[in-house]
Design a protein around this ligand. Structure first.
Ligand code: ADP
Ligand code: ZN
Length: 725
């Protein structure tokens, strides 16, 4: 008797907020192997789902509904299915919600649309005309073309081509409508590596060759050649027939990066990010699943692509907060990438000039292997960093730049070099105040001030996007001409600069002024081409760009990031400013960096000026260990919100009473969140703290499952929180 290759019942996970897969019957004649994409009935609807395993038997066989259809696509690989389960358990999300992240390519499961093209048959038609002859000549190179293309290229009417098709002189072939993926050329010579770079590259290559799970920290100052080095690891993975994934923070996914990839491998990689068209998403998803796309360069959601044979992940700028997905399923893509590598049993490289404390501690404990690139490549030296004590050298009234910084800019411009001013604040002024009554203009839906954007002539809420025209009179007391803009944003710095240097060509780089990556690229090109003298920018300028003529960086307010007192404020400020400083002097000319600060004695400023990163990290680590903060202890943030403030508060008290008592776990709160109102919802926070060895997910599960959440209240659980707003 033939063996039935397909079980009679299967469990199918559906990409909805469902905790577990449901059982379905597999009708005779269908084969539904594990990982298969299927259509199943759910209530009155038909849903896409993925076969998660054999049926659980929870429902009587005769009451099972049937699988309706098995879609024509390679089954979801087991490693990805286990990854979905793992993330769901770790982040306390329904498995179906996590599965949804892996199905973000509409149309990818439908058969590819084909287009009909024609190639020349062996037989020539009996009747030849000069027009027909031209078509035959055009087609005689052997390439298939559509009827339209043939007519155009041969310079004949469509009718001539149609006649040849009818006479069977042209034969139809089906061609895919999508562009194929070029094969990266691993033989294409990379740059000749320095001895340090070669040593680092051979460690990476060896781990890829071993083909086992290992986490490597590639730790090297900006400009040391980390990219060149990890490209060698990618080449090794390709040589072994594996796919590779390079994860970048979305904003670092620039054409400059793709060009570098192309210079090394002779073609562009597949891209995966939020700006892709649906068509491109479909193409890449499918190409990855079928193993045709060999290298993907992508933002965090690329982790959920159905790689058929992934053999390496690189996380570049691994310290970046942008890897934390803060909405929906809240996860940290860097940490989850390590999990993905471990489930797939292959190596992962975390690359950074300013690695996160979490990663540094893991390296110190021997969990991660550290590979160091101590120097900038070639003649480039690290920039010199100095603090300007704003108490001693204050700006003039109503200005923001200290006289010393202004004269340094003048000198740089005099030498024909470029300067950059960094301020991590969009818009013109972060606060608008009434001089008469003291009223501050707030967002009507959030507990935050509206930020003035002078170019757009608007007040904008940076939390919810609410906008309003700048009023003429104070909305509270009605006084006219009494509103004043307080504090600077990049637009205001640009205004000061253009008054001081009227000849200088200035570019503002912030997410408001640049819509879409295209316009980013244009500005970056202009900078490279020295059509810009002074760049004023937010954190957009901090990442990965290489401007050979940029020698001076001024940080307008180095203390800004320290204001919010969260546990990583110092670490993040250090990383961001180090990264910004790294933009200066990346070629032969040495860079200089000035930090405007009111606290030059602060540990962050001292570490930046002295260049003693490791001492700074050691002190941070010691402080966190003392307080039981991550990575030495665990945190879970819980935010509950409601449009009904009283209900939110009432439920928060209930939640507090329901929190289980457990050794080693403490629950702080409820307290109003620092952003106490967002989009009209009142927000309250709990913070759960536990020792590292505690299964905090089990604790949370016990707590949350005991709750009866009112319909108006939403709960967001954030395991390993990075945002405490
Ligand atoms: P990182 O990623 O560490 O910041 P990059 O890989 O971007 O450093 O290298 C910095 C610059 O130095 C780039 O322009 C890169 O092309 C160049 N570079 C690095 N290594 C070499 C090398 N071995 N030969 C030539 N140029 C190199
Ligand atoms: Zn708002």
């Amino acid at each position: 008797m033939p063996i039935d290759p397909s079980p009679r019942s299967v469990s199918v996970l559906i990409p909805l907020a469902l905790p577990a897969p449901y059982d379905y019957e597999v009708p005779a004649g269908l084969i539904a192997e594990e990982g298969a994409y299927v259509i199943v009935p759910l209530g009155a609807q038909q849903m896409l789902g993925v076969v998660w395993g054999p049926g659980t038997g929870e429902v009587e066989a005769k009451r099972l509904k049937p699988v309706l259809e098995v879609l024509d696509a390679p089954p979801m690989p087991a490693a990805l299915r286990r990854f979905v389960d793992w993330i769901a358990a770790y982040t306390l999300n329904p498995r179906g919600s996590v599965l949804r992240l892996a199905l973000r390519a509409p149309g990818a499961l439908e058969p590819q649309r084909m287009r009909t093209a024609y190639r020349l048959a062996d037989a020539r038609p009996a009747r030849m005309t000069p027009a027909r002859l031209r078509v035959v000549e055009t087609a005689s190179d052997g390439f298939a073309r559509t009827a339209r293309e043939l007519a155009e290229e041969a310079g004949v009417s469509d009718g001539v081509v149609r006649g040849l098709i009818e006479a069977a002189a042209l034969l139809p072939v089906d061609l895919p409508t999508e562009a194929p993926f070029p094969e990266p050329d691993i033989g294409a010579r990379g740059k000749a590596l320095s001895p340090e770079q070669s040593a680092a590259a051979s460690v990476l290559r060896a781990r890829v060759e071993a083909g086992r799970f290992a986490t490597l920290l590639l730790d090297g100052v900006t400009g040391s050649g980390k990219t060149e080095v990890y490209f060698e690891a990618v080449a090794e993975a390709l040589a072994r027939g594996k796919q590779a994934l390079i994860l970048l923070p979305e904003i670092a996914l620039t054409s400059q990066f793709l060009d570098r990839f192309e210079a090394r491998f002779g073609c562009k990689p597949a891209e995966w990010h939020s700006e892709l068209s649906q068509r491109e998403r479909r193409r890449v998803w499918r190409g990855v699943a079928e193993g045709r796309a060999r290298v993907v360069v992508g933002a965090r959601s690329a982790l959920f692509l159905p790689f058929s044979d992934l053999g390496l992940i690189v996380v570049d700028e691994e310290h970046e907060a942008a890897f934390k997905q803060e909405e929906g399923v809240i996860y940290h893509a860097r940490d989850m990438a390590v999990v993905r590598a471990s489930l797939g049993d292959f190596p992962i490289v975390l690359s950074s000039a300013t690695p996160s404390l979490e990663t540094v501690v893991n390296a110190q404990l021997g969990r991660y292997e550290r590979v160091v690139l101590p120097e900038r490549h070639g003649a480039a030296e690290l920039p010199q960093i100095a603090a300007i004590d704003m108490r001693e050298e204050p700006p003039e009234r109503g200005r923001w730049l200290s006289p010393r910084l202004v004269s340094e800019i003048a000198e740089a411009l005099g030498r024909g070099e470029q300067a950059m001013l960094f301020l991590n604040r969009r818009g013109y002024a972060p606060l608008t105040l009434c001089r008469t009554c003291g009223h501050r203009i707030e967002c009507p839906q959030c507990s935050s001030w509206l930020v003035e954007h002078r170019f757009r002539r608007e007040l904008v809420c940076h939390h919810c996007g609410y906008t309003a025209p700048v009023p003429r009179a104070c909305p509270s007391c009605g006084a006219e001409e009494a509103l004043v803009a307080c504090g600077p944003g990049v637009e205001r710095i640009a205004e000061e600069i253009s008054e001081r240097f009227p000849e200088a060509r200035i570019a503002i780089l912030s997410s408001d002024n640049l819509r879409g990556p295209q316009s980013h690229e244009e500005v970056f090109r202009a900078i490279e081409a020295r059509e810009i003298d002074i760049i004023v920018g937010t954190q957009i300028v901090a990442k990965g760009h290489h401007f050979p003529w940029l020698t001076l960086v001024g940080v307008v307010d180095a203390d800004l990031g320290l204001e919010n007192g969260d546990l990583r404020a110092a670490e993040r400020t250090f990383q961001l400013l180090q990264q910004v400083a790294g933009r200066a002097g990346r070629a032969e000319r040495r860079g200089r960096v000035f930090l405007q600060t009111y606290m030059p004695e602060h540990g962050v400023m001292r570490a930046l000026v002295s260049g003693n990163r490791d001492q700074f990290l050691d002190r941070e680590a010691a402080a966190r260990e003392r307080l039981g903060h991550p990575p030495f202890g665990r945190l879970v943030g819980v935010v509950l919100s409601s449009e009904n403030a009283a209900q939110a508060q009432k439920f928060a008290r209930e939640m507090a009473r329901a929190a289980p008592q457990a050794e080693g776990v403490s629950v702080l709160g409820p307290a109003p969140a620092p952003l106490a109102m967002l989009r009209g919802r009142t927000r309250l926070r709990f913070l759960v703290k536990s020792a590292r060895n505690i299964n905090v997910q089990a604790y949370m599960q016990a707590w949350l499952s005991a709750l009866k959440v009112p319909g108006s209240v939403r709960i967001a659980v954030d395991v390993d929180p990075y945002s405490f707003l």
